[in-house]
Design a binder for this molecule. Structure first.
Ligand code: G6P
Length: 614
């Protein structure tokens, strides 16, 4: 996602900034920009759409000779398209205050209209620029106010998340930083400081870092730094020594991107649902599909298409949208849909699900629907991707780049958004406020519940170790957890290269049961839900044939241990939301299983992250 680098010290700022921002390229981004101080007390800024190399093409010899303080940013679009105007840094009206911002200012619209009335002019569509003008406004109202104080007051006024670096042309000997639920650290060098959203940008210069905590600010000069909270309490924090190399730093200290992305799932869900639930009225506000809300009210059927893990997220959506959205749904593998001569009817809506937004088969399915004049929607992670651009409307996932080839955080985010969509459609039809509130409240708790599962990673690793000798696995689930069984099997085969099959547990008697013996373990997803008893019967059948069983069960269900001792407990939640929890242990199981086999789980053989060919 977005990356920030800031520098103040004895060196010329620009080369350090560009070098630093390049080490954040792995995070994915769509545009870049910098602002540096100059000897004349003016800040110079340049921006470019696309790669950092495009920005470098714009750098002239004289830019490199500019001052010793500056900020630099790579943007992953959230509010506003991928344009130079929307790229950071953003400035106030006078071009004195320049800032780079990661995160989302949720109530920026309230401020934007008020600031516009007061004469501020905006050059971009971003929430971040509003912050620059808000700081300017505090300074205008009280010209004696120090910039750091204006920043503090502005941050106290807004609601949202931020990692922030600010440069003031009137005070180029100082750099200001702030953090709230968006990472930011300060690299402490010899007569220099480097602010960064990610340790990889700092490591080349220093291994000494000070981490900012949420709700904290820092003011840096080349020789000193002070940290304080938004109530102005001073914070004395010692620097820590990083023991990582650059590659490890990019993985946030985790051995693999896949693990990092599984650990990020609670945050990813928060980012996907943030600002989209109007709790009191039990309503869902999805900005990207506001314009087609009326068409959705009259929709008669939803067709969902996707590939791989995205298809399986869509399959969970099929159950949710029918049960709670009150609308018939058909889920299709995009690669089949494109050749099937599908029959569309009046009132059909095509929904494509894709992390990358570039999958060739999904694009072809979308094209088929568009050609027939069907309203098309997308659930997409990569902002500005082809699917995002070609659908009539859509919902962005906001989970940041997913680098591990096997999709993890994108899956749970897609399921969470499908839950939001189900409530939205349900409310347009006959869902009560009470039911909508129940679902949205429970959805908001999912990140906390996920954290409890993630804590069991070591226990899951032990199970993965115990089951290492096996080369065949059956994954079984019913109803909402049937797609989860398919996803569990897909994850295991993708990264471990062992044979794994997912089945609806009800289908077991029609074939898979023939394979069961002591060398063929089953992983059963059996939370305490409406089909629990049926799952128990299936497990008894497996046990009767000496098949080893791992079960995913609901916390408190001790009785299940009479069937097998290999139990992974997940917290209780609404049945429709259990896939969000049940899939996490399966992702962790596949991850540990692959690592224990000594495989490169981030780049499994023969697979690609984004399949842009048929
Ligand atoms: C590839 C990836 C999968 C992913 C699928 C669909 O096969 O390895 O992890 O689920 O493509 O990708 P999309 O970007 O459309 O979600």
């Amino acid at each position: 996602m977005c990356g920030i680098v800031g520098y103040i010290g004895k060196q010329k700022a620009l080369p350090v900034l560009i070098d630093g921002i390049k080490s954040l390229e792995y995070r994915g981004y769509d545009s870049a920009g910098f602002a540096v101080s100059t000897a004349g007390g003016v800040v110079k800024s340049k921006k470019a759409v696309g790669r950092v190399s495009n920005l470098e093409l714009k750098i002239e010899e004289k830019d490199i000779r500019h001052g010793n303080a500056g900020i630099c940013h790579t943007r992953w679009a959230t509010h506003g398209g991928v344009t130079e105007e929307n790229a950071h840094p953003h400035s106030d009206c006078k071009g004195e205050l320049w800032l780079c911002h990661n995160g989302i200012i949720e109530n920026y619209k309230d401020f934007k209209s008020d600031l516009a009335r007061r004469g501020h002019t905006f050059k971009s569509e971003t929430d971040s620029e509003v912050l620059a003008h808000l700081i300017e406004e505090f300074k205008t109202q009280d010209p004696a106010l120090a910039t750091e104080e204006a920043v503090r007051l502005a941050l106290l006024s807004v609601r949202g998340t931020y990692g922030l670096a600010l440069l003031d042309s009137k005070n180029p000997g100082t750099l200001i930083a702030a953090r709230n639920f968006s990472p930011l650290l300060i690299g402490v060098g010899d007569g220099e400081y480097i602010i960064a959203s990610d340790a990889s940008a700092v490591l080349k210069h220093t291994k000494n870092v000070v981490y900012l905590d949420d709700g904290e600010m820092a003011v840096l000069t080349p020789k000193s730094h002070k940290i304080f909270d938004l109530k102005r309490n001073t914070i004395n924090r010692k620097s820590e020594e990083l023991t990582w190399d650059i590659e490890e730093a990019q993985k946030g200290g985790n051995p693999h991107f896949m693990l990092k992305e599984i650990l990020e799932e609670p945050e990813a869900i928060e980012n996907s649902i943030r600002g989209r639930i109007v709790a009191k009225e039990g309503l869902i506000k999805l900005g990207g599909i506001l314009a087609v809300e009326e068409k959705l009210r009259n929709a008669k059927r939803i067709l969902i298409a996707g590939c791989g893990t995205a298809y399986l997220a869509g399959k969970v959506g099929e159950y949710m949208l029918e049960e709670y959205g009150g609308i018939p749904v058909k889920i299709e593998l995009a690669s089949e849909f494109r050749y099937r001569k599908p029959i569309f009817r009046e009132g059909d809506v095509m929904l494509v699900v894709s992390q990358s937004g570039e999958t060739a088969d999904t694009l072809a399915a979308l094209a088929e629907a568009k050609q027939k004049g069907v309203l098309s929607l997308g659930i997409v992670n990569v902002v500005g991707s082809t699917i995002a651009r070609q659908t009539d409307a859509g919902v962005y996932q906001h989970v940041g780049p997913e680098i591990g080839v096997a999709s993890t955080k994108a899956f749970t985010s897609q399921v969470a958004i499908l839950a939001l969509l189900s409530v939205m459609l349900g409310r347009q039809r006959d869902m009560s406020v009470v039911m909508a509130r129940r679902i949205t409240e429970e959805l908001s708790r999912i990140p906390e519940l996920m954290k409890k599962i993630i804590k069991q990673s070591e226990a899951i690793k032990k199970l993965a170790k115990k089951y290492q000798p096996y080369r065949d696995f059956l994954f079984l689930g019913r109803k909402y957890n049937y797609p989860v069984a398919l996803e569990g099997a897909l994850k295991l085969k993708e990264i471990s290269y062992v044979h794994a099959e997912g089945f609806s547990a009800g289908e077991m008697k029609h074939g898979p049961i023939a394979m069961i013996d002591k060398s063929f373990p089953s992983i059963c997803i059996a939370p305490s839900d409406s089909v629990y008893e049926k799952m128990v019967s299936n497990m008894e059948e497996i046990k009767a044939r000496s098949g080893p069983i791992i079960v995913i069960a609901t916390e408190g269900n001790k009785k299940i241990e009479e069937i097998t001792k290999d139990v992974i407990y997940i917290p209780k939640t609404l049945e429709m939301l259990t896939p969000l929890l049940a899939v996490v242990p399966l992702q962790l199981f596949a991850y540990h299983f692959g690592v224990l086999r000594g495989l490169d789980v981030d780049k499994p053989r023969n697979l690609a992250k984004s399949v842009t060919v048929e």
